[in-house]
Write a protein that binds this ligand. Sequence first.
Ligand code: HEC
Length: 494
Amino acid sequence: MTTRWTRIRTALAVFSIAAGALLLAPPLAVAQDADHEVTFEKDIAPILQRSCQNCHRPGAGAPMSLITYEDVRPWARSIKNRTGLRNKPEAMPPWYIEKDIGIQDFKNDPSLSDAEVEAIATWVDNGAPLGNPADMPPPLEFLAADQWSIGEPDLIISSPTVEVGASDPDWWGAIGETPTGLTEDRYVAAVEQKEVSEREPTTTAKRSTVGSNFAIHHMIWNAVNDDRISDEELERLREEDPAEFERRAAEAAGQGFWPVHEVGRNADHFDPRAGQLLKAGSRIAFTSAHLHSTGSHTKTRLDIAFKFHPRGYEPEYTNSALFAGTLNIDVRGNQADQAVVAYQTLPQNAKLSLFEPHLHAAGVRQCLDAIYPNGLSETLSCSGYNHSWVRAYVYQDHAAPLLPKGTILRITGYFDTTPANRNVADGRNWSGLGHRSIDQMMISLTQGMYLSEEQFAQELAERRETLDLDAGDYVLGCPLCGQFDEGTAAQDQQ
Ligand code: HEC
């Protein structure tokens, strides 16, 4: 008991040192001294370059360009409002991780620091001054529409093209398969998915419904090959031949878990040790599309870009979905702050690589907590949720939670059916589980890897070295990181 409390005390000390260090760190690109006037050229342009222009430039999907002063000036007040929302559903940039709780180290994090948000507010309140042209950073070069954030892809697969009428109802179903044309097995390091569509001009007002810029609301897809068993066949075996079912299910799982495409989805980078197998002769099966009218007749398809590991690469782990969710959802009409909770116990040691909340239109927030076998619990991540911008948050390698076997994961989804949630078309009625965006869902698409005892011990040893830990230190998301005796650690490092 004493040791446990000593550890917690040490933990708190470590946290406060870390927090102090963060506060002292100079905020990115913003010099906040009293004499300094916040100007567009010096302070605001660098923020827009880093966090906004990737989308807010001609031809890149966002409604207006935020490149030149002339582009930005008319939007100043709106920019202050949107950036001030932080993790709330309409925040800009669309990245909703809560900064006051949980792990903070994510890959490709475009979010703004408190100092940047404050600089934007000060700039707008002072009349949005231009400043000195000599301070303006050189313009950025952007990826062309046919380029990808994961770099030059090794393979691009297009789904069959589908058409959605100007006022069609939502539609769900399989839309077919595309052969990969691969003649050898390859391991995938990263995947990026993009909807590519042609829309006929419309005379009616643009839809203001969820995800209205896109016709593909989501697409579940999988890599199939003649050796890989279909989901239907697996279900049949489950009933008829449980032993064969176990064998084939394990084999299918060994071929990995592919991310679901969703509106607003960013790219996926798999753990470097868990490259995903794409087999020679495989096909991509687009098994569950959710199509949604944009308000104009649209022809659309999903392009999937794959970045491969070099030939000869062998994975150490298999990437899997680590969490399901709950089917029991009870959401009342016209009520904010409704929480729904689901639990799952980890059957093996695990490393979590990605946090991805999935709710529907009424969802506004989700938190992921870990309850450890020693009885302690902590929040790993919380984020706001906006059903028009379904984001996935990839932990940095040194921050990915390392969870011992028997850890209980708990997700809590928060729902708001009042008019304050603009994604909800009509929030008056009770609603429960369903496929439509106006029905509810409460799942976590969290990904990770199950690890053997040896692999887990190896990961812990590496983490101790990377973070330069002393025995008794506490690391959020890694309850065993600080549990070693100094003698062993010294040996590990030799
Ligand atoms: C990932 C793409 C993306 C990024 C990054 C992004 N935006 Fe946006 N932004 C959009 C899209 C798309 C919309 C319109 C839909 C919406 O409001 O969600 C939008 C809407 C806005 C609006 C509201 C416009 C209106 O019609 O009122 C403002 C203001 C804005 N963004 C500012 C910013 C700022 C400032 C940043 C950077 C700090 C930023 N955005 C980063 C894509 C993006």
